[in-house]
Design a protein. Structure first.
Length: 131
């Protein structure tokens, strides 16, 4: 009986692609954004990686500021009792605006809209309900 070649041993593969880890440590929210963007777009160029890393760090900062605002309340009172907006509200908004602008600069806001399920449009404007 002829000998068959031995099967190669199987190994467990990491779910994270090699070379797609962020260049610096990120928090929970930033890492989630990093993983989702890399899974969908696979950014590998140095400039794009750095823009995405900065964007993810700003996302972490925005979420930390949002937690502080939620903890302290969106309205704070001065020593004289005058109500005003939480001082971190402007910084949170600036971080969120930075995230959105950076995602736009990376070109991640131009995904083509896929048509939904159903019938394709009729040719020449004819529909079954019109003679």
């Amino acid at each position: 009986m002829p000998k068959t070649p031995a099967q190669p041993a199987l190994s467990v593969v990491s779910p994270e692609p090699i070379g797609r880890s962020p260049p610096r440590d990120l928090g929970q929210h930033g890492r989630k954004l990093w993983d989702e963007v890399q899974a969908a777009y696979g950014i590998t160029d140095r400039g794009g990686v750095e823009l995405l890393a900065q964007c993810c760090a700003a996302c972490d900062r925005a979420e930390a500021l949002a937690e502080a605002i939620a903890r302290d309340g969106s309205v704070v009172y001065s020593r004289t009792g005058v109500p005003r907006s939480h001082p971190a509200a402007k910084d949170e908004l600036a971080c969120r605006a930075f995230v959105v602008r950076t995602l736009e600069r990376l070109g991640l806001n131009v995904e083509a809209v896929k048509p939904g399920p159903g019938r394709p449009p009729s040719a020449f404007g004819w529909t079954p309900d019109r003679p």
